[in-house]
Write a protein that binds this ligand. Sequence first.
Ligand SMILES: NC(=O)c1ccc[n+]([C@@H]2O[C@H](COP(=O)([O-])OP(=O)(O)OC[C@H]3O[C@@H](n4cnc5c(N)ncnc54)[C@H](OP(=O)(O)O)[C@@H]3O)[C@@H](O)[C@H]2O)c1
Length: 292
Amino acid sequence: MKVTFLGLGAIGTPMAVHLSEDPFELTVWNRTGEKAREFAEEHGVYAEESPAGAVSEADIVITCLPSSREVESMLDGIVSRIPRGALMIDCTSGDPATSRRIAARLAEKGVGFVDAPVSGGVKGAVAGTLTVMCGGSEKDVERARPVLEAFGKKIVRCGEIGAGDAVKAMNQALLAIHIWSAGEALATLAKLGVDAEVALDVINGSSGRSNSSENLFPERVIGRKYPRTFKIALLDKDVGIASGIVAETGTPAPFIDLAAKLFSEAHQLLGEEADHVEAVRVIEDKAGVRIS
Ligand SMILES: NC(=O)c1ccc[n+]([C@@H]2O[C@H](COP(=O)([O-])OP(=O)(O)OC[C@H]3O[C@@H](n4cnc5c(N)ncnc54)[C@H](OP(=O)(O)O)[C@@H]3O)[C@@H](O)[C@H]2O)c1
């Protein structure tokens, strides 16, 4: 099966590594061509100089770009080159409305579409244990499944096109709320003189724990190591999508709206390259205290 992967970023690269093995025949493209050439040499696959060239013989095209905006822009150059009958799987954490527009344009050319954002981080991508949330017809999701199984463990059809994006956006809103609220709790306890490691140990044995408190805070906030695995710019984008969805659906959701505002401010303060958990630095600055 000929698979084309467009977008060798922090998470796209380890996902593509799994597709460099049999039974897939992989072609990669990346905006910074050097990365694609190096990847191709290391993993014995093809690298193309343009997205149009990369998709021209594909059965399956996978995109993993920052947002749906970049995917939609890329479509102009590739839509006439993707073979009729192919399937595009968008692993970008995208927005449902843009995914529906993309799917409609592809459908005119006889190309299927599944929105398939992932969760589990770079570690999960390396291990091949990502959760993949899919939106699309049952037939297209089943067609995508063997490809998604190369890097995913839990692959779930959430509904029609855009449903995967919507579930992912809500997951990201919860992630943002967990990070921010754990940061506030630990900053407050630091002011009371409670050691952060002790506090976190107690919380992680109690009902206030979360993936953030268990897996992100020990290394990043307590250890003050902030590996740049997932940019705060991307989490800001994700929570913005979630906030847009709650507005569209008329759902009162003050937590999600506030998370969008706080992460937008933190993104502006910390810049494009900061990791998402570095938002805790902003809480520390505002509180005038160091957690650890
Ligand atoms: N990192 C994570 O832990 C994680 C987890 C779950 C979901 N995601 C989602 O996965 C997607 C990719 O994230 P990432 O962390 O891999 O991002 P990233 O490291 O910033 O990589 C972004 C990729 O998109 C390419 N790109 C950027 N702008 C482009 C444009 N205008 N046209 C074409 N290509 C463009 C980049 O090319 P260059 O190499 O040329 O910059 C790079 O290949 C995002 O939607 C993110 O929200 C990420």
